[in-house]
Design a protein around this ligand. Structure first.
Ligand SMILES: Cc1cc2nc3c(=O)[nH]c(=O)nc-3n(C[C@H](O)[C@H](O)[C@H](O)COP(=O)(O)O)c2cc1C
Length: 426
């Protein structure tokens, strides 16, 4: 709710970070800080979570956030954001997911699974096509060759993907998760459909924003149909893609209008894509983002339209900024990188102004700097997953080399898994 204080009204007090939040479906978050989704890349054989995922989430659970949103879990085995990613589909064994959920519940936080289909943002080395709304390749300059060739989805395939989101949500519920967050941001499949640059379809899924949003709305409905009353359904949406001619704030407003009618429980606002990594504070259209809480201005504006509570994530590292987010009418503060380096921040903020200080990488090549920054965050997750604490005492260069080496090892394992699945299907 926006904070208003006209003379005739009593000023509305901004909630405090430790205040609970009751969501539209009745689920309560014990406070206003959420760990935003960060792909853990910790999958074990069969793209399943194991002990390392449990340890990592137990650590975050101890840190005091009210909501833990997992890194994106894939709805299809032939569409992974990376080779260490998790897959949950109909028929996947549930025990590893149930063990993960039990560990994450150790501190009283709610646990939601982020569910995703990456669409065309997939690496060629994984051997699958880049499923997309239209045959429009990613514009990644000289990095373009690392991405899979793009193929437009048929209407029947789109219906299959909608079913997959519902299957994954049902499985998450059965495994003990408290909700799902549908990933419609950062240039992945649902975000590609929303974008007029990536979506050039001329059928009911392309054209005006109401058509471009049709896949997202179908996914929300299918997921809500399997959710049950106590299982939260949330959406992560870009406030804008920050690309000329791309999904913009007017589009975001229109999508929020459509989502208002669907009764979702939380809307997380972010921004950007692989082509324009605004979620890392960099844009392709040259627009400048706030130095901290990158999307707050957009979120504050969009929260006025939204019937559901809004969360914003991006660049929040200090308590004063987190408090400013709440004072702006945004209900939940999303923390990604900050909790990779300082998992206890939510608890610390109940008493002191602690700050998370990620390792900064300022190499001349911005794209490689971005990769190193992500690799450094992932390294902190791996440390916590093996029982160590995060550390700033790491070399960005060595971390990036190790990250690439690890990705190539995991790629080989993924390809073997796919081959054996194909062989047993024959
Ligand atoms: C290592 C890493 C992995 C990420 N994986 C995901 C993901 O799986 N899903 C998602 O929506 N965002 C993902 N993000 C983006 C974060 O959720 C967040 O939107 C972004 O990092 C900006 O917030 P921050 O400045 O608090 O990190 C990831 C970020 C990092 C650093």
């Amino acid at each position: 709710m926006p904070i208003t204080s006209t003379p005739a009204q009593t000023p509305v007090q901004a909630p405090a970070l430790h205040d609970p939040l009751v969501l539209p479906n009745g689920q309560t978050l014990k406070n206003r800080t959420a760990k935003a989704a960060m792909e853990e890349a910790l999958a074990e054989a069969g793209q399943l979570p194991g002990i390392s995922s449990q340890k990592l989430y137990r650590r975050w659970a101890e840190g005091g956030a009210g909501l833990l949103i997992t890194g994106n879990v894939m709805v299809a085995p032939d569409a992974l954001t990376g080779p260490g990613g998790l897959v949950l589909e109909a028929g996947t064994p549930l025990a590893p997911y149930a063990d993960w959920a039990r560990a994450a519940h150790a501190g009283g936080a709610r646990l939601w699974m982020q569910i995703n289909h990456p669409g065309r943002q997939v690496f060629a080395a994984l051997g699958n096509p880049g499923y997309a709304p239209s045959e429009v390749a990613l514009d990644m300059g000289k990095f373009g060759k690392h991405f899979a060739p793009v193929r437009a989805l048929t209407v029947a395939e789109i219906a299959g993907i909608v079913r997959r989101f519902a299957d994954t949500a049902r499985a998450a519920r059965e495994a003990g998760f408290d909700g799902v967050q549908i990933h419609a941001a950062h240039g992945y499949l649902l975000s590609q459909f929303l974008s007029p640059l990536a979506n050039r379809r001329e059928d009911g899924y392309g054209g005006p924003i109401a058509h471009r949003a049709r896949l997202l709305i179908e996914v929300v409905r299918a997921v809500k149909a399997v959710a049950g009353p106590d299982f939260a359904v949330a959406v992560k949406l870009n406030s804008a893609d920050f690309q000329r001619g791309g999904f913009d704030e007017a589009d975001a407003r229109a999508v929020i209008g459509l989502l208002n009618a669907e009764g979702i429980d939380l809307l997380e606002l972010s921004g950007g894509s692989y082509e324009s990594p605004a979620m890392q504070g960099r844009t392709a259209d040259g627009r400048t983002l706030a130095r901290e809480a990158y999307f707050l201005e957009f979120a504050q504006d969009l929260a006025r339209l939204a019937h559901m509570p809004v969360m914003t994530t991006g660049g929040i590292r200090r308590r004063a900024v987190a408090q400013q987010v709440l004072a702006s009418g945004v209900a939940v503060v999303g923390l990604g990188t900050a909790l990779a380096y300082e998992p206890d921040l939510p608890t610390q903020w109940t008493t002191v102004e602690a700050v998370a200080e990620p390792v900064a990488v300022n190499w001349k090549n911005k794209a490689i700097s971005g990769l190193a920054t992500m690799a450094l965050a992932r390294r902190q997750l791996r440390r916590m997953a093996s029982g160590d604490e995060p550390t700033r005492n790491v070399s960005p260069f060595i971390t990036l080399v190790l990250d690439r080496w690890r990705a190539s090892r995991l790629t080989k394992r993924y390809l073997r898994w796919r081959q054996s699945a194909a062989a047993s299907a024959r």
